[in-house]
Design a protein around this ligand. Structure first.
Ligand SMILES: CC(C)NC(=O)[C@H](Cc1c[nH]c2ccccc12)NC(=O)[C@H](CCCC/N=C(/NCCC(=O)O)S[C@H]1O[C@H](COP(=O)(O)OP(=O)(O)OC[C@H]2O[C@@H](n3cnc4c(N)ncnc43)[C@H](O)[C@@H]2O)[C@@H](O)[C@H]1O)NC(=O)OCc1ccccc1
Length: 228
């Protein structure tokens, strides 16, 4: 790591799997139980808001019972000690990176902690099941949705992410299948910029061919081994 100053780390559902949070694809994955287009698109929300709100109320309740694992803890240690630039770009809506102590975290697909008012556009702390239509703390309208990025919607802080990728000496991808864009395209951006690239994943992903190195195994083992 001698010549590495700035690091961008992309994480996906695989980094939270050992905390007991369902991943999306693969056996028992979320998308096996719910069709993406039925629960994670603006069209689905317009068509059947109750189905969508119940889906996210369920996920939020599940996340709150879970604890960070050794991969989250190791990344929090690295974040605390790394003298150069470091940005953890997560596709996850859970807050396990922050609960492990990481600070330099960006949720490109939103977070389960916030609600978003479709009447006044305000973001607010998610207080209770959205299926009960709680009033927006800012305007009082009963028009809250989860503050997550649905398919077809623009991910958050893309400029900041591309800026960090431009400045990075090392791009590390942890626990993601490389199936969802624009996140799945970051390794190609990094490669075109001549940045070193490393993948830590349980199995080969759709982007493995683009990485300089791929280490296979559970994040709870690979990440502490890489950090320490
Ligand atoms: C399905 C796919 C083909 N479709 C897309 O990518 C679409 C359309 C699209 C855009 N560009 C394209 C280009 C080509 C093709 C399609 C597109 N993308 C969009 O709609 C995006 C928005 C996508 C975001 C949708 N919201 C999510 N989440 C929030 C909500 C919610 O959570 O409910 S996506 C959601 O699914 C994705 C799931 O992927 P993973 O996290 O990787 O999880 P997965 O289960 O798939 O894999 C887990 C991996 O972990 C590994 N693993 C398991 N256990 C462990 C373990 N223990 N240790 C280590 N690894 C482990 C497994 O081996 C596996 O590899 C994550 O991104 C997650 O956030 N928006 C957009 O494009 O806007 C316009 C735009 C954008 C930029 C610039 C201009 C215009």
């Amino acid at each position: 790591m001698a010549d590495i100053r700035n690091i961008v780390i992309l994480t996906g559902a695989g980094v939270s799997a050992e905390s007991g949070i369902d991943t999306f694809r693969g056996g028992g994955g979320l998308w096996e139980k719910h069709r993406v287009e039925d629960v994670a698109t603006p069209e689905a929300f317009a068509r059947d808001p109750d189905l969508v709100l119940r889906f996210y109320d369920m996920r939020r309740a599940a996340i709150q019972e879970k604890e960070p694992n050794r991969a989250h803890a190791a990344l929090a240690r690295l974040d605390a000690e790394w003298p150069g630039d470091l940005l953890i770009v997560t596709q996850n809506v859970d807050d396990l990176h922050e609960r492990a102590g990481a600070r330099r975290v960006l949720h490109m697909h939103g977070t389960h902690l916030n609600a978003w008012c479709t009447a006044c556009d305000a973001r607010s702390r998610w207080t209770g099941p959205l299926i009960d239509r709680p009033p927006c703390p800012a305007c009082g309208a009963r028009a809250l949705r989860p503050d997550v990025v649905w398919f077809g919607e623009m991910p958050y802080e893309m400029e900041r992410i591309y800026g960090a990728l431009q400045a990075a000496d090392l791009f590390v991808s942890i626990g993601t299948s490389g199936a969802v864009y624009p996140a799945a395209g970051f390794v190609r951006e990094a490669r075109e910029l001549g940045t070193q690239t490393l993948e830590l994943n349980l199995e080969r992903s759709q982007g493995s061919a683009w990485f300089d190195e791929t280490r296979l195994g559970p994040a709870g083992e690979l990440v502490p081994a890489w950090v320490d």
